[in-house]
Design a protein around this ligand. Sequence first.
Ligand code: GAF
Length: 390
Amino acid sequence: MNTTTRADAGPGTLADRFEAAFGAAPDGVWAAPGRVNLIGEHTDYNEGFVLPFAIDKRAATAVRLRDDSTVRVLSTAGDQGLAEADTADLSPGAVTGWAKYPLGVVWALQQRGIEVPGFDLLLDSDVPLGAGLSSSHAIECAVVTALNELTGSGLGPEEMVTLTQHAENAFVGAPTGIMDQSASLRGASGHAVFLDCRDQSVELVPFRAQEAGLVLLVIDTKVAHSHADGGYASRRASCELGAQVLGVTALRDVAAADLEEARGLLDPLTFRRVRHVVTENDRVLQTVATLRSQGPAHIGRLLDASHASMRDDFEISCPELDLAVDAARRHGAIGARMTGGGFGGSAIALTAGRDERRVRGAVVRAFAEAGFTAPDIFTVTPAAGAGRLP
Ligand code: GAF
């Protein structure tokens, strides 16, 4: 892969900026959202349950197919420069920078026997980077949606989920599950995506916090994380070890009632990892049932319990996430937890609208008093999944 000179993306619509950068109008613009996860963390690769939703922040890609096999990608963000590659030369580990996300999708399509011509691509994303809101999956999902349409491949959403997971695991090198892509590709406005990661079946569960007088705050701690670092992989390995010792296909198959028996079979660390996954699966099911029967104002204790489990049993929180959760809860949030893979990123805090200012202020003050970088705090609502923009 070569990185050539910088290209100036310029002002205007994304299609205008594409034309300014590449000299011709794009074939279209496709966008895919980031996500927050309401509950169900590190359960996806254990064939369990998750409840994320697509957020109203997204990666948009303007794309134009070329007559040759050259791929050129450019971002409106920062000074990343124009990255260029040949579709015939793609191999895992060979691409660095954000270009590995679109090129990983090309590689995964090729692995599936789908021929992908060269193309020019301009990315414009407002999903914060490294904030645990799935900015990289949003790029991959926008690109797979664009290329699926432009190549006439006819892949369905479940196939696109599996394909982008393969790109992420084998090309990018992050051993992640299917939650983020599922939320981005299968999300729906006003709904959370209740996903059974064993068979990819989805039920859309209404989550309209505003109608219940609530807001869902995202507190971006500004502690950057990466799933390609060792922490995520080591948690995954512990889960696989636990399943192996307990003689089950995946931890999904361990019931909460079996945990005491499991304690006797596992070393203490593996037991705690297993206990997180088993209890978290239960909490997802309880959250879905509670949302349906009583509404969002009643899921607070489940969010709190999820955070405690990740902090104490799975050990994927960090001081900034714990402080965000504690300060939000102490000053009026109904429930709060870290969201996403952990080791940094964001927390969510479900809060009555009338308490929003107080909670925001308390978190900002707590961070300042602790000497932490100021967090970024904003609200999110469930948005539509990936698609072509008009
Ligand atoms: C990251 C991964 F990409 C997901 O697959 C999931 O495992 C999550 O961490 C933890 O729940 O977002």
